[in-house]
Each structure stands twice: as structure tokens, then as C-alpha cells.
Design a protein around this ligand. Sequence first.
Ligand code: MYA
Length: 630
Amino acid sequence: MFRLGTSLVKSTGNLTKNELRRCLASAAQAQPKHKSPETDNAKKPPNMSFMANIFRGQVESSQVFPYPDVLNAEQKEFTNSLIDPFEKLFLEINDSVKNDELSQVEPKTLDSLWETGAFGIQVPADYGGLGLTNTQYGRLCEIIGANDLGVGITLGAHQSIGFKGILLFGTDEQKAKYLPMVSTEKVYAAFALTEPSSGSDASSIRSRAVKSADGKHFVLNGSKIWISNGGIADIFTVFAQTEQEDPKTGEKKDKVTAFIVERGFGGVTNGPAEKKMGIKCSNTTEVYFEDVKIPIENVLGGEGQGFKVAMNILNNGRFGMGATLSGTMKECIKKATDHANNRLQFGKKIKEFGAIQEKLARMSMYQYATESMAYTIAQNMDSGSVDYHLEAAISKVFGSESAWFVCDEAIQILGGMGFMKDTGLERVMRDLRIFRIFEGTNDILRLFVALTGIQYAGSHLKELQRAFKNPTANLGLIFKESSRRAARTVGLGGTDLNQFVYPELQPYAKQTAECVDLFGQTVESLLIKYGKNIVNEQFILTRLADAAIDIYASVVTQSRATRAANMNLPTAEHELMLTKAWALEASDRCRKNLAKTTSGEHLELYRKMSNIAKTVCDNGCVHTTHVVDQ
Ligand code: MYA
């Protein structure tokens, strides 16, 4: 797992050119010989991701400031025209309680969803879909999330991942053949990656496809588990190992290839619907492939490219979860607010108690941050950005944890009533639990965020090291870096976000900027200390990811509230308040998390926890003596 060590380099310490040169030289030693990402980097356009850049202590503001605004008036009008029918469908036709009880989406809901175009929201109109952008899709996802997450997964497994590969990587022929089916002909799609022995470690799948001697088809064998829509889909995006020959060396190696598989090819079967804790109405099954003959034209994205196809499908769909769950959170907040406004205890409405106010405020802050992230990412994607992987992973982690927190707090505010099925929060809580697990567990995505960011910081240092080999040709770069470090050590030249935010947000932006600087310095010191072995330091990486998440949430809320204030929106004052409160809490948490990556006390704590876990595992349970027994 996480073979990200490939391009990690040891980082630099502080300041002088000679020291910088020495550190960079040691970085070069840590760089494996078989790969040269710096050459790759030289060819690549600069990475515009805000998050990737803060790992190297730099601010690349274009994705976050000003808050993106990509929809034109016509697109906004069209989106608005869809909101009503979508809401009506969920209010008048869909019955979330019944779906949950039946463990099935009622056919009348499915029919209406097909009629409104909900199964092909992003499919271009030429192929029969609604042809919406990511931003518009997000807006509709919110409505789905507010009403029925189980239906959301039926829709999401179909289009967010099921046939997304065809949209992203399909040939013209593949698009023409499959997209009309999946958007208008009531043909369901599914994404088949996970296997019994391959969950988070996605590249370790064992399903295998063997090319025929005439090269015209593959024969696929294998089985997949927990496939959403597995029992109802007729089109699958399937990932399997295929033997690939290196054109240069002739060496043969297994590499993952993605295929579009039709149930009609024969040999595709599925197990019974799984009995689940939540999202019960969405269909989840095992899917088996036995000698399935797949025409060569159904390879998706190129032979041996399947792992990247899978990762990019997942990256591309993750922001949708944030949008969906921000709708869920709004609904939970509505229920909690209704209760707080009406419930009398100790002679007062409970909304007057500080303990309840704190909950409602924090719930609103998490909802605001989740929504702000989702639309920052969606709109960046719509503007053509390809550098959104880290942000999309962050929004998935943050959205799923925020929604869990918000729903839990809503239940707490409602007290005994919240625990009753009739209130509807109990189902939402059951439904929400899976969101922290699927589409990449939050634990894995935290590591992904931290390690991908560190890898990027490392590759930047490698670039500097190269510059030092030919200083006369790279004076500008060397001078800039040396000056930046020199200024930093005397407390100057730090990050300045004030220029981007509404004046009254500046003191808060200053705190976030300090966190950005501290973050960059921490990444560098971790690289100095651990080099490429940082990949093994999961206690630390997790906390680094948490700090990154808080910074991203702070920046997107500051940007969005600035937009609201500049536009004089009627909610601007409240949005500024949410943003300030968020920044205060988040910068405090961020500083603490960063300290926890280096402090001796915490490193000792991690060692102890690691030992405790080892003992518990060796023992098969807790390893203590019961006070009553002895
Ligand atoms: S579907 C199943 C979900 N499964 C997962 O998400 C699997 C999680 N695992 C992984 O993502 C990977 O295995 C990890 C990498 C990250 C652990 N983007 O050596 P490596 C590149 C781009 O690090 P590994 C489900 O749950 C990397 O740079 N590239 O890889 C259904 C490197 O490239 P190079 C990436 O250690 C849910 C190469 O790959 C990425 O094996 C239903 C190898 O990297 C990336 N992310 O592990 C949901 N990662 O070789 C429905 C790696 O060039 C949702 N790489 O250096 C619907 C919600 C919304 C509702 C909507 C309503 C409409």
C-alpha cells in the first residue's frame, strides 16, 4: 500500500545557499534511479492546486480566490428550472421510509427519475442526457441528499462512477453506443473495482482478463464484492489484471485494464442483495464474471491504464458527495432548528440555552464549509482544471464527517425524539455511516492527501536541486528560494491572504495565512526528519491531513463569504459570521494538529498506541485482568 515513496526526497533545512545545496544533494540520493519525475514535471504544466502548493509553502490562489463563478445566466436559469421538478419528485413521489423498509427504491420513483433525466444529468444532450456541468449536477445532488441517500446511491453508483469512465475516457464509438442507453433507456450502470481481497489497496485486484490469440477479444474471470447497482446493472465498468509487454524491454507484467462489460455478453451473474445498515434501498451485490468474452473495442482508456482510469473516475466523482451531503446536513439542521424553536424546558425555549446554540452554530459552520468546498471544486473542474485530486479527496472526507457530526448533533438536540424512527434522523444516520467508508475510506484518503502533497513538495525540491547543478542558468529560481527562506527565518515574507478577502475578514485570513506558513514549514521538517520513510508514519500523516483539511475549509469559506459581502447578498452578514467562527476554531485546531506531528510527547503517545494495538491484536481482544474475577 502506498508506494508513494517513489518521488519523495529529503527536504531542505533553513536558509543558506550552501545548506540548501547540501540538503538538495541528499534529496537526490533519496530519489530512486528508475524514475525521473522531475523530467515528467518539466513537461507538465504547473500544478494549480491550492492544496498541493501549500505543501511546499506556496500559495497558488487562482482556484480559490476569488470564489469561482462559472455558470452564465442561462445555465443558472436552466438549473433553477430543474430544482422544482426534482424537489417535487422527492416530496410527492418518492417515499424514503418505504424505500428503506422495502430495501428497494419503489418503481414509481425510478420511473420518475428516468423521466426527469436524473440518470443522465451530465451526459451531453446529443446522447440524450441533461448535459449539465459539474456545478449544476452538484446543485441537484443537494436535493437528492436532502431527501433520500439510498436513492442518491442508486443514482450516484450509476453516473458518478458507473458510466463516468465512458464519459471521461470513452471513444466516440463507446460514447455513441452506451451513453444513450444509460441516460434514457433505463439501463443501469455499475462500477466494479472492489474484490474480496482488494478494498483500499485497489491495485491488488485479482480478476483477470486474457487476450485471445487473434487479439479481438479478452476473456474475463473474477469476482467483485459490494457493487452498488450490482443486481440491476446491465453495463459495468470492470477492472481486471491483463498481461502487458513493455515495448522497450519486452518484459511482461500484469497491469490493470478497464473494460466496459455488458451483462448480455454472457457469464455475468450476481449474488443476492446484501443486507445493510443503511442506504438499504440501493442495491448492493457481489458480481461474478465467468469466461466473459469482451470485444477489444470495449477496453476503456487503453490497455494497462486501468488503475489511472479507476482513480480518475473516483477523483472526478468525489466532489458530488460533498454537494449531496450538504443537502443532507441542511435537512438535519432544519429538523433540529424546528425543535429548538419550539421545545420548552426549564421555562425557556431550548434555543436560548448556550449548549444548544453551540450545537446549532457548529452544525451550520460545518454545512457552510462543506458546501463551499463542493462548489469550489465543481466550478474549478468546470473551468477545465485537472488539478483537483487533493481537494476532491478532502471534500469527501470533510463532507462525510461533517454530515455524520451534524446528524448526530441534530439527534442530540431532539433528545429522545431524535432517537425515534418517526423523526427520520435515525434512517439518515444509518444511511450516512457508509459515506466515511466507501469511495475511498476516509483513513486512506487522509493518507492520500498527505502523501500526494508531500510527494509534490519533494518533487519541487528535486527541481531546486537540479537548478543548483547549473546555477548560472537558474539564478532567478535559486535567488527566489533563498530569499524566501531568509525572509521566513526573520519572520518576514509570510503568506498574505488579506489581499483576497473582505476587509472585516482580514484578521481571520491572517490566522489562516499563519497556518499555511506553519504547514509548509512542518512538511519540510518532516521530510528532513523522515525522508521517504514518512510513508510509514501514519499517525503523523493523518494529523497533517487534518491540518490541511482545516486550511482548505478556512480558505473556501473566506472566499465565499467575501463574494457574498461584495455582492451585498442578504445573507452576507451571517456568512461572514460563520466564516469568522470557522476560522477561529480551525486555526486553533490546525496549529495543534501540526504540533502533534513533531512534538516529543505526541511521538511517544503514538509509539504507545502502536504497542497497545499490537498487544490487543496478539491477544485477539483487550488484554486486561477483570477486577471482579481476580
Ligand atoms: S467504489 C470503490 C472505491 N475504492 C477506492 O476508492 C479505493 C481506494 N484506494 C485508492 O484510491 C488507491 O489504491 C490508493 C493508492 C490511493 C490507496 N488520482 O503507488 P500508488 C497514481 C490520480 O500510491 P497505491 C465505491 O466505494 C499515483 O500518483 N492518480 O498507489 C462505491 C501513481 O502514479 P505514478 C493517483 O499504493 C461507492 C500510481 O497511481 C491516485 O496502489 C459508491 C500508483 O500510486 C489518484 N487518486 O494506492 C459511491 N491515486 O505511477 C457512490 C494514486 O504515475 C457515490 N494515483 O506515479 C455517490 C455519491 C454522490 C451521490 C450523487 C447523487 C447523484
